[in-house]
Design a protein around this ligand. Structure first.
Ligand SMILES: [Zn+2]
Length: 352
């Protein structure tokens, strides 16, 4: 009972904040189906390769060293400070035959099998791990004793797809909306918001272009003493289906719609959106949050859901959620001071 209450508290903490969805346990381990590729317009398949961190990565948040305690997210700090941690009693492990699996998004392994547990080691997409057990909290246990959420491991390597984004900055005219294979592009920019949904079988995985930009930004930040790390990246339609409906069951549809996207409407399904560091609104006032807001456009990102723009973007302020647009467009959007909806002259409202 205590264990359940503990998990409920952690989940509730995550609920209070925006798109923490990827970290919340799901009943359906994500197994991206790359056999279906609907984005035939401009894709180029890069041979899946093991992106083990090379020597150059030693200056960024290290893959072997747990992040300094001071740089833990607020949510984690609060959870561990205010809640008695009974690590031995809150999950059950079921051993499985030693199985090789692959990381499908940049993520940390955790010391314990629950949300917000201490980070152990940073993994990159297609890193190979050995799974020795599963837990009833939806984690895989690795042979080194750490845990990774089931959403972040797949049985096969992830094909990384490169999608070309428009090179020319868009103008805020509201013109230029086209639908290709069920995907809406406005002036060449793929859009997933409350007005425009992605097809349920659109499952591109993380964009390698966006991912590389993220790594570049993390390096640059680290050089200035700022630690940025990925909390949640690509999420499939089925991931979002589970997440959204869980929030609806907790908070009701109206409230859930303020912070969680309905399946098909999540920007995380584009492969161009990342949630960094903390799912707390106060992240925006931390040195990391301030650095991100002031500098992310230099690496091709925008803060997608700015403060005070809920009536336009359709979502609460999310200082941790960045969207990749390429440097030119991101800089243009940043300098305009507009939301992406305003910049493109589009809406973000559910039809019902
Ligand atoms: Zn997000």
């Amino acid at each position: 009972m205590k264990g359940k209450a503990f998990i409920a508290i952690l989940l509730a903490l995550a609920t209070l904040t925006g798109c923490s969805d990827g970290n919340v346990s799901s009943n359906i381990p994500s197994q991206p189906d790359f056999s279906t590729t609907t984005d035939t317009a401009a894709t180029e398949t890069v041979p899946a390769e093991n992106t083990e961190p090379s020597e150059e990565t030693t200056t960024v948040p290290s893959d072997t060293t747990p992040p300094p305690a001071a740089e833990e997210t607020t949510a984690e700090t609060e959870a561990t400070e205010t809640t008695p941690v009974e690590t031995d009693t809150i999950w059950t492990e079921s051993p499985v035959q030693d199985t090789v699996m692959y990381v499908n998004t940049e993520c940390y392994s955790r010391k314990d099998a629950f949300i917000g547990a201490e980070a152990v080691e940073l993994y990159y997409i297609n890193d190979e791990v050995n799974v020795v057990a599963t837990t009833d909290t939806d984690y895989y246990k690795l042979d080194n004793g750490a845990f990774i959420h089931m959403d972040y491991l797949s049985e096969s390597k992830t094909e990384i797809t490169t999608t070309t984004t428009a090179a020319t900055p868009a103008q805020p005219t509201g013109e230029g909306i086209e639908v290709i294979n069920g995907i809406t592009y406005v002036q060449g920019i793929m859009i997933a918001n409350k007005t425009y949904a992605l097809p349920s079988d659109y499952n591109p995985g993380v964009s390698s272009e966006a991912y590389n930009a993220l790594i570049e930004m993390e390096y640059a930040a680290a050089n200035e003493g700022i630690t940025l790390f990925l909390n949640s990246g690509f999420r499939s339609y089925s991931d979002q289906y589970v997440i959204y409906n869980r929030y609806v069951s907790w908070d009701g549809k109206a409230e859930a719609d303020r912070y969680s996207a309905r399946p098909g409407h999540s920007e995380h399904q584009t492969g161009y959106a990342f949630d960094l560091n903390s799912f707390e609104e106060s992240f925006g006032e931390t040195p990391e949050g301030i650095w991100l807001a002031e500098n992310c456009h230099k690496y091709g990102f925008i803060i997608r859901y700015p403060k005070g723009k809920e009536h336009i973007t359709g979502y609460m302020y999310e200082p941790w959620h960045v969207r990749y647009l390429g440097v030119d467009i991101a800089t243009s959007v940043y300098e305009s001071g507009l939301t992406l909806e305003e910049y493109l002259g589009i809406t973000s409202v559910y039809a019902d």
